[in-house]
Design a protein around this ligand. Structure first.
Ligand code: HEM
Ligand code: HEM
Length: 131
């Protein structure tokens, strides 16, 4: 497995554990973490845990399913950088209740999703007629 894909899976598991801790802390002591805690928890789980896990598994499996190399390793590396830069910025924005900061982080995460979309479409695209 490519080192980058292992990173995606490890980081996904890390966020899953972090998101659980955030929710448990919120339930035990509601005022302890500042800002919009349900939003932070929800997006750590969805963008951190679930999406990173999907990224790692999909980048490994889909080229093999389609019998081709991944369209661009470089683009997938950028996907790793963008998704991991953007999510902490979103979290910081929700911690400080600064909507513009959530927007900046969200735009960076979105660029990562776009990189993934282009890479996967180009990878699974059939060379010959559709089967
Ligand atoms: C460790 C287990 C988990 C615990 C203890 C937990 C607990 C919570 C709590 C207390 C809330 C806030 C409810 C409220 O608004 O008062 C919440 C919201 C939420 N949780 Fe979890 N959760 C867990 C796992 C997950 C997982 C695995 C996911 C998704 C993959 C998830 C997604 C969400 C979402 C999307 C919200 C709504 C966020 C929002 O309102 O912005 N949670 N959870
Ligand atoms: C580029 C990525 C994303 C950005 C910038 C983003 C941003 C936001 C923002 C700003 C809100 C709060 C809206 C409000 O104040 O009412 C929100 C809520 C929410 N988002 Fe996201 N989000 C993203 C990705 C996702 C993904 C991938 C999922 C699910 C798979 C998701 C699930 C939710 C849920 C469940 C809520 C709570 C909705 C509610 O309280 O009714 N988000 N998101």
């Amino acid at each position: 497995m490519h080192k980058r894909n292992r990173w995606f899976i490890s980081i996904g598991l890390f966020y899953g554990l972090l998101g659980g801790l955030v929710a448990l802390t919120y339930l035990a002591e509601p005022g302890l973490i500042p800002g919009n805690v349900p939003r932070i928890h929800g997006h750590i789980m969805l963008l951190g845990f679930i999406l990173m896990m999907i990224y790692g598994v999909a980048l490994h499996v889909l080229p093999r399913f389609s019998g081709k190399d991944l369209y661009s390793e470089q683009l997938a590396n950028w996907q790793l950088y963008l998704s991991n830069a953007g999510l902490p910025i979103m979290i910081a924005g929700w911690l400080a209740l600064l909507n513009w900061l959530v927007l900046v982080g969200g735009a960076v995460v979105y660029a990562g999703i776009a990189a993934f979309a282009v890479n996967i479409i180009m990878t699974v695209k059939p060379n010959g007629p559709w089967r």
